[in-house]
Ligand binder design. Structure first.
Ligand SMILES: [Fe+2]
Length: 202
């Protein structure tokens, strides 16, 4: 199926007060995400992947050596990653649902410990990539990091939360301060209701 750029679930300036500027979202959503959609559609046209779901394309092309397939993987995965990322943020700080809070305490000792681990994963990702909170294949919560467009679908994990640590995600608002961007993301931008709903559907 052709990829389509989803609308942001909020206005471009809706996250300004929470540390993500209109300018960042104009570049990040309207240009960067759109480029993954446009380039991905060009690459899958006329191939075996043309009518497959984005999830099937990601799992089917991950770690394949053929140049064309890795190009398809990079664009499909980045399209999927960004579509999740927009939904995982929201304009107003929301209280964390109690079931999610309990699972984080159970998995990491405390919500603060989870945040420390998540931030450390994002700060420690060398170069471009993502950090994630996932439900692993054994049912436990884990924090992971991946390079470039690789995501939890590649490992059979369920994605609860992801943060884009490519420079295009934070350089306008935070310059080179990736750790500050990550702390701000966790404290002011995450839509915890969305994270909890992903956990509830596992
Ligand atoms: Fe991005």
């Amino acid at each position: 199926m052709a990829f389509e750029l989803p609308d942001l679930p909020y206005a471009h300036d809706a996250l300004e007060a929470n540390g993500m500027s209109k300018e960042t979202l104009e570049f990040h959503h309207d240009l960067h995400h759109n480029a993954y959609v446009t380039n991905g559609n060009k690459l899958i046209a006329g191939t075996e992947w043309e009518n497959k779901s984005v999830e099937d394309i990601i799992t089917g092309t991950y770690n394949k050596s053929a140049v064309a397939q890795s190009g398809i993987f990079n664009n499909a995965s980045q399209h999927w990653n960004h579509a999740q990322f927009w939904e995982m943020m929201g304009p107003s700080g929301q209280k964390m649902p109690s079931e999610l809070e309990a699972r984080l305490k159970d998995g990491f000792g405390s919500v603060e410990k989870f945040k420390e681990e998540f931030s450390a994963a994002g700060a420690g990702q060398f170069g471009s990539g993502w950090c994630w909170l996932v439900v692993d294949t054994d049912g436990t919560l884990k924090v992971t990091k991946t390079e470039n467009g690789v995501n939890p679908l590649c490992f059979g994990q369920t994605t609860l939360l992801g943060c884009d640590v490519w420079e295009h995600s934070y350089y306008i608002d935070f310059r080179n301060k990736r750790p500050v961007y990550l702390t701000n993301f966790l404290d002011k931008l995450v839509n915890w209701e969305n994270v909890a709903s992903r956990l509830a559907s596992t």
